[in-house]
Design a protein around this ligand. Sequence first.
Ligand code: S3P
Length: 171
Amino acid sequence: MKIILLGYMGSGKSTIGYSLSKSLNMPCIDLDEYIEDKENKTIKMIFSEQGEIYFRKKERFYLEELINKKDSFILALGGGTPCYYDNMDLINNSPLTISIYLKTDIDTLVIRLSNEKSKRPIIAGFTSDELLKEFIAKHIFERSYFYTKAQHIVNNVTLEKSIKQIENLLK
Ligand code: S3P
């Protein structure tokens, strides 16, 4: 069984993934960390040296590599992973795989991301929270088409409640 967590940057995919990993006794893989290990570069370096398109190709390549493994694990995607190529179809058509969208409100995302912009090239340039909020609102609107292809949507109010909801989903 593979549990795939998706959602916007700052929605807590990795935090929830690592926490579930303990309660479900399943390994958790963070796709960004997996790419960084394989490429021996940070995401920030890949974006600045090779550009976003190169990153998206690598992201697809490693997603496919992981999805094709027989192992069971929780996979925390990058915020943009669902929105490129047919990544959501690849995930949803893979046997014994469950995709979960962590739907998070914009104000929560702004608070969380405001101090964590530097390692995220897409939002690194914003100098005010007001502009960041405007960008996130528009970006989520565009990305929702892909995010809502997930098989389950969790209203991500607090990390604890989301973890409980996911555990219940799996019962
Ligand atoms: C991205 C999100 C990041 C990372 C890259 C691009 C995006 O992952 O994959 O910076 O396009 O939303 P997180 O959601 O883990 O920050």
